[in-house]
Design a protein around this ligand. Sequence first.
Ligand code: FAD
Length: 526
Amino acid sequence: MKFPATQNSILPIRSFIVLLIGCLAINLSLCFSSFPSSIKTLNVEGHFSFDNNEFAARDFGNRFRFLPSAVLHPKSVSDIATIIKHIWQKGPGSKLTVAARGHGHSLQGQAQAPQGIVINMESLSGQEMKVHTGRFPYVDVWAGELWINILHECLKFGLAPKSWTDYLHLTVGGTLSNAGISGQAFRHGPQISNVHQLEVVTGKGEVTICSEEQNADLFHGVLGGLGQFGIITRARISLEPAPKMVKWIRVLYSDFSTFARDQEYLISTQNTFDYVEGLVIINKTGLINNWRSSFNLQDPVQASQFKSDGRTLFCLELTKNFNPGEADKIDQEIDSLLSRLSYIPSMLFMSEASYVEFLDRVHAAEIKLRSKGLWDLPHPWLNLLVPKSKIHSFAERVFGNILTDTNNGPVLVYPANKSKWDNRTSFVLPEEDIFYLVAFLPQAVPLSTENDGLEPLLSLNKRILDYCEEAHLGVKQYLPYYTTQEEWRAHFGQQWEVFARRKSAYDPLAILAPGQRIFQKAISNL
Ligand code: FAD
């Protein structure tokens, strides 16, 4: 069939327009895609994924979602170094940034890289861990390893790391980039105080071993460094003999001052408990019955008279480690320690658990929450470090006033000794010798307009932060979240200069950890 003359003459013009639009589209996508094809040709042992990367745009906070252009699943340290070096060599001409992703348990997109490359650090886990026994035992691990796996491996040698987080399904690289704090920190310091050596890939793609003795500035910078100076690929972690069992104790207080005084006593005295934490309980019902399923009440008759409903209570949580055969001796030590405390006498709950069961306790809660579809809800958490001299004003204003119930998630309060922290690391602490970790850990019910909805919980956090600011409490955020560099400068205070100097030394183009929103990637006009 022949086209009429007019149509015949239009055809080439139409084809040309289609071609032009096609070329424009290709060019535009090349212009706007920040992912250079040269990266795809790099020689890596692992692989890149360009599709189905939604997991890398998610985290535990479940509020921020930025898709990367690609995810690298490395098989070796040199895969990580190759990719970073390539971006570094491209200079400010490339927009690409790189985020290490541990287990993605950040709260506000800190392990995400909008349009950049996420490195899935867990691809490097599951490889051999080397436990070194002897007088000063340690374990060499990959940074993408979960702490729970490290615990199981070390227990084969009767050993365990000294300092923990409350939840062990987090990676070594993720917690060392923050601090790693739990109820053992008062004795051993945080996890960042219990590391001998690191292997780090800097923002220039250099693989560097660092420790107190070697490249000490990088070593200290990376610890608590929010991923800003390098990607930790391996760590050497200090170990101690592991106990088999723990005595697990909870006692209740109705008065914050007495509760805090006892906590401070326990973290300052010798031969004390092995773990000291605390919980605030506001307006909760059925508390004692809930605990009864896993704890024995020492005085059930007296306890049955006690009405917890609606009151603000403070629970001191303690453990004492022991091995079979030592139970009697440990019971005596516990009795002696408890006799020096001023809790409500009938409110003493005792239990025994294996060391693993105790350390992995939050995972047991995770399994229950997952089965009800409640683990993947938004988590507007707020973690604060409050100086000892201000904790009483803080408690008076916040517990029972700004915060009127704790039904949306636990609120932890416990003190730590600053002397167990190393002030050469990047971690920022309040100015006093003792400070409290106060952790508000709620989950938000989607679409709820009640107090358990996301917006009311976020405005509650804001009210708490505003109060801290107005009352000049000298509070620092843990797992900090800020959106402007001005706020970051204020957070770091006098440490900002060192932090910024380290950034220009180890990651001058600001390629690493863009999700922390501290520095902007240097970009020239393309
Ligand atoms: P990710 O979220 O994947 O990463 C966190 C940050 O570190 C990101 O900026 C990322 O880019 C960077 N990063 C990750 N890996 C590396 C690496 N190898 N090298 C350099 N940078 C890296 N914290 C405590 O201190 N104590 C607790 O008791 C505690 N309990 C928690 C309980 C739960 C249920 C959850 C969800 C979190 C808890 N946290 C606690 C917070 C936790 O320590 C941090 O969220 C930590 O960052 C999570 O580790 P991750 O492996 O998931 O890291």
